[in-house]
Write a protein that binds this ligand. Structure first.
Ligand code: SF4
Length: 231
């Protein structure tokens, strides 16, 4: 879908300033370009203490920084609070994706996003997380609304970034920019489960830092990924 197919975006209550929680460059690329095209004044908030290991975290963050700099978009690099993430994940290690551990994970990331918004004059927060078709949009929206509800004057924008061709443009932009292509959701448990699934299919385990959009794996004739655990 061409960029001109994007609808004109209107954040809640006519606000023009938005704090965008970003999980990675591939997911936020289309969200960023769509907001830019609608003249929205937005800032990236990168807070993802779920991503494991650190090497993968830095790769995802650096790709996002590179793209933000290209578009001259302010980028807030928040803490990598892995100890707190693992503390909250205790007892949830064997939860499936889209389950209780993911609710915890979204809650933690959005709580920090909403706090930053309240402290820095952003009336609207939203996230790139929902653009992935492997995610439960309602689960993400519930977490976003819950985090925003703790602060007067902050609301969570539930716009569905997948629609109006957004999901297709996300892939097009990722290929155009040759973004690093993560192959699992992010946490150590999603890495474990994705590797177990790949092994059961006779496929090699994930090699961090290896795959980029627009590379050989995207050439015609390459088999599509076969599991919702593969990103
Ligand atoms: S699978 Fe993804 S969303 Fe769920 S806890 Fe792990 S990193 Fe967070």
């Amino acid at each position: 879908m061409a960029p001109e197919d994007r609808p004109l975006l209107t954040p809640p209550d006519g606000h023009r300033k938005v704090l965008l929680h970003s999980c990675c460059a591939p997911c936020s690329g289309e969200v960023m370009e769509a907001m830019t095209a609608s003249g929205i004044d937005y800032t990236i908030f990168f807070y993802n203490p779920n991503i494991h290991p650190r090497e993968e975290y830095l790769l995802r963050k650096e790709e996002n920084v590179r793209f933000a700099e290209k578009h001259a978009i302010p980028f807030v690099d928040a803490d990598y609070e892995t100890a707190e993430w693992f503390r909250r994940a205790r007892g949830l290690e064997w939860e499936p994706e889209r389950g209780a551990r993911c609710t915890m994970c979204f809650d933690m990331r959005f709580e920090r996003t909403a706090l930053y918004a309240a402290e820095h004059g952003f009336a609207v927060i939203t996230s790139s997380l929902g653009i992935s078709r492997w995610k439960n949009m309602e689960q993400i929206n519930d977490c976003g609304r819950r985090a925003a509800s703790h602060y007067d004057g902050v609301s969570y924008w539930t716009f569905n970034w997948r629609k109006h061709g957004g999901a297709a443009r996300m892939i097009e932009i990722s290929k155009r920019e040759r973004f690093y292509q993560q192959e699992y959701c992010g946490c150590v448990y999603s890495l474990r489960d994705t590797n177990a699934h790949r092994t059961s299919q006779g496929r090699p385990e994930i090699e961090i830092g290896k795959l980029y959009y627009g590379g050989a794996a995207d050439e015609p004739g390459t088999p599509a990924r076969s599991s919702p655990r593969d990103f």
